[in-house]
Design a protein. Structure first.
Length: 76
């Protein structure tokens, strides 16, 4: 994971995202601390919410009324 953060593009993206969304720059050590703090129970809770929720579809582009696209994904 840390190797992926070492390339300059990834680093600039991380720093820019932090400044734009939180007006803050989070260190790599802080990212690692936050990731390690996630518990198995928290992961299971998120899995339950995501897989137990009704489907959601987002689309970009001209779809007309969207019925045909929703039918393709068995959401209509």
């Amino acid at each position: 994971m840390l190797l992926g953060l070492e390339d300059s593009g990834s680093r600039m993206s991380r720093l820019g995202t932090g400044l734009v969304t939180r007006n803050d720059i989070t260190s790599i050590d802080e990212h690692v601390r936050r990731i390690r703090a996630v518990t198995t129970d928290e992961v299971h809770s998120v899995i339950g919410r995501v897989l137990g929720s009704p489907r959601a579809v987002a689309a970009v582009g001209p779809l007309g009324d969207g019925s045909a696209a929703l039918e393709r994904f068995a959401c209509g």
